[in-house]
Ligand binder design. Structure first.
Ligand code: UTP
Ligand code: MG
Length: 181
């Protein structure tokens, strides 16, 4: 029997996610849910392939939705090159559409990679607050739309063939990711 204190400390222990080096870690969640922050705190910058950075690389503006097709062509192209070379890779995009997740899942399979989906289950109010506090503003209705897609994703993800699916809530932002040798 644990004392209250011990139980409290056990409950506050961070989650640990263990993955092999040949893993495609797919971040998934609404704008402002903390995906890029989570990735930047844990991984080398070059491990992370960010759709926003791809967008900025081709048009100097990470908000420009007019260049979506080229942005994602580049995004998948870089991921594919990394998987071909056996590099651990983090895909940083919202991945809230099932098509987008399927593409990433297919890529991971094609290269014999473990597909690990990390869903940021953060309430829209929190995403909105965080969005207001940063320089890159995302419109309020976009976050509402993302909240709906998130609900759908939480239902669908277990049936999409991922080797691992993890759902992170607000209290899980200290989750550790261990890459096994
Ligand atoms: P991010 O910029 O990491 O969100 O955090 P995101 O999910 O990648 O958003 P998109 O999809 O690219 O638009 C958004 C804001 O929230 C803060 C960050 O500092 C940033 O300003 N943040 C993030 C927190 O305050 N707490 C957290 O735990 C994570
Ligand atoms: Mg981001």
């Amino acid at each position: 029997m644990y004392s209250n204190g011990e139980r409290t400390s056990l409950m506050s222990m961070p989650k640990i996610i263990k993955v092999p080096r040949r893993t495609l870690l797919v971040l998934c969640g609404p704008a402002g849910s903390g995906k890029s922050t989570f990735a930047a705190q844990r991984f080398t910058a070059t491990n992370i392939v960010s759709s926003d950075l791809c967008r900025a690389m081709i048009c100097d503006d990470e908000n420009n939705q007019q260049v979506n097709r080229d942005t994602f062509e580049l995004f998948y192209f870089i991921i594919q090159k990394r998987l071909f070379l056996g590099r651990f890779t983090v895909a940083d995009s919202t991945a809230l559409q099932s098509d987008a997740r399927r593409k990433l899942r297919d890529l991971s399979r094609r290269f014999g990679y473990l597909g690990c989906l990390l869903i940021f289950n953060i309430p829209p109010e929190v995403c909105l607050e965080r969005n207001k506090a940063r320089h890159r503003l995302v419109e309020e209705q976009v976050i509402a739309h993302h909240a709906g897609l998130l609900e759908r994703t939480l239902l669908d993800a277990p049936y999409e063939g991922w080797e691992q699916v993890h759902v992170l809530g607000e209290q899980d932002m200290d989750t550790r990711v261990e890459i096994e040798l």
